[in-house]
Write a protein that binds this ligand. Structure first.
Ligand code: C2G
Length: 152
């Protein structure tokens, strides 16, 4: 009797928090299928994704824990997806705790602890800070050059 697990997410800037969740989900069954948020659905979710859907899908399909990926375009499609995929378990990070309990009549619903100290948002912040530092350095160099030229 094979056990299919289904989860959903954006998985932007793929990081260790994502991989640890997928690893745990895959260990719960024999097949893990991911509903991957499309770029348009991310706009609905209020998320500015860095990596486009096609690349995020390719990355997930390259992950040893993921067996298949389908598009997540709406909030309302989960029930149909779970039936189509013959899911036994719906599982997602506990930042969603309680949000999908209405699916309990067709699948086991689980909320797993998130990995601490890593998120796409934090990665974006670090990248922005690195970029701002580079801009400051470039401005300092430019100012120094102007000073030098002024002395010629
Ligand atoms: N996650 C995690 N630890 C982190 C970051 C993320 O366990 N440090 C988990 C999230 O809890 C989620 C999955 O990784 O289960 C994907 O995270 P996101 O891409 O942020 O997914 P989200 O935008 O929450 O999409 O309809 C459901 C939504 O599509 C879920």
């Amino acid at each position: 009797m094979s056990v299919t697990v289904v989860t959903y997410g954006t998985f932007d800037l793929f990081h260790v928090g994502h991989i640890r969740l997928l690893k745990r989900l895959r260990a719960m069954g024999d097949r893990l299928v991911v509903g991957l948020s499309t770029d348009s659905f991310n706009e609905l979710k209020g998320k500015n994704v860095v990596i486009p859907f096609a690349d995020r899908k390719e990355i997930l399909l390259s992950c040893r824990y993921v067996d298949d990926v389908f598009e997540e375009n709406t909030w309302e499609q989960k029930r149909d997806d779970l039936i189509r995929e013959k899911a036994d378990i719906f599982a997602i990070g506990d930042d969603w705790a309680g949000k999908f309990d209405e699916l309990e009549d067709i699948v086991k619903v689980l909320y797993l602890p998130r990995t601490k100290d890593i998120s796409t948002t934090e990665l974006k912040t670090v990248m922005r800070e690195i970029n701002e530092e580079k801009v400051r350095e470039a401005k300092n160099v430019a100012t120094h050059l102007v000073d030098l030229l002024g002395k010629l």
